[in-house]
Ligand binder design. Structure first.
Ligand code: HBI
Ligand code: FE
Length: 291
């Protein structure tokens, strides 16, 4: 897990048993602060009218701004007053059990490094811009905040049951790439979309991907691609409905899903509530590689 991504300057920093490190905020360079500002301004503009109301409101409440890389301790003091969550700095992806333990205790592990200039538009690993611009606003929503804690606790149970691959799909298609139906249309709440200018437009406006109604067991059977736009986005009716799905025994859900075949990422399944049937054109042309 430590070796799949390029090294950043926090690799090898002293870390606690829970994998947290010192953000060492004073050590960001002027160029790094400036990179945050440019990423922030661009993304603030593109998410207008596209991000869900909860995310847009929280950016104001949390005072996220283009004035340098946020200090996680001070940001956490504001967030904690709203939902009790804190953001803790880590060097990289942390092992699953450590990740779940943080979430179960209302701590979100955020990468402390910022992407290099060469990867300004896209990088696969979660950096501070993805984690703070993408994830942290949603943690200021009380219902979503409860969902994330429940997910952490569910992750700990899923590991014991050996069913993590099913649960990880839930995280992927909601926390990272989820859409929500709002009164004025579809909006974004997934952090992987919210932190990407290209996918912010693609997820809502492109004709290529499918957009289908959220259904837990269907979703848990669906493969995903990690290094390109999604072929299918799942749409929730509300955060309350998402949280509600967690109030059932996932042991039973895994039992029902086990043995049933997986769906490919682009497939429409019988019984799907199809909101948009995608043309899949983008993927036929080779996706990111074909651009
Ligand atoms: N670690 N820092 C960090 N951020 C993540 O999003 C993350 C992680 N470790 C594990 C993990 N995600 C996933 O494996 C789980 O969502 C299943
Ligand atoms: Fe993420």
């Amino acid at each position: 897990m430590d070796t799949q991504f390029a090294k950043n300057r926090y690799h090898g920093a002293p870390r606690a048993a829970d994998f947290t490190i010192d953000q060492a905020w004073d050590t960001y360079s002027a160029a790094e602060h400036d990179r945050w500002d440019r990423l922030f301004r661009r993304q603030k503009e593109v998410t207008k009218g596209r991000a869900c109301a909860a995310a847009l409101e929280a950016m104001e409440a949390l005072e996220l701004s283009p004035s340098g890389i946020p200090h996680m301790g001070r940001l956490s003091d504001r967030l904690e007053k709203i939902t009790g969550w804190r953001v803790v700095p880590v060097a990289e992806l942390v092992p699953d059990e450590i990740f779940f333990d943080h979430l179960a205790n209302r701590r979100f592990p955020a990468g402390a490094f910022i992407r290099p200039e060469e990867e300004f538009d896209y990088l696969q690993e979660p950096d501070i811009f993805h984690d703070i611009f993408g994830h942290v606003p949603m943690l200021a929503n009380p219902v979503f905040a409860d969902f994330m804690e429940a997910y952490g606790k569910g992750g700990q149970r899923a590991m014991k049951l050996g069913q993590l691959h099913n649960l990880a799909r839930l995280y992927w298609y909601t926390v990272e790439f989820g859409l929500i139906q709002e009164t004025d249309g579809l909006r974004i709440y997934g952090a992987g979309i919210l932190s990407s200018p290209q996918e912010t437009v693609f997820a809502l406006e492109d004709e290529s991907p499918n957009r289908i109604g959220f259904e837990l067991k269907r979703l848990m059977r669906t493969d995903y691609i990690i290094d390109d736009f999604q072929q299918t986005y799942f749409v929730i009716p509300s955060f309350e409905a998402l949280l509600e799905t967690c109030y059932q025994d996932f042991g039973d859900v895994y039992g029902e899903v086990k043995g049933l075949p997986d769906y490919a990422a682009h497939e429409i399944a019988p019984g799907d509530e199809v909101i948009t049937r995608g043309t899949l054109d983008y993927f036929r042309k080779g996706g990111r590689k074909g651009l």
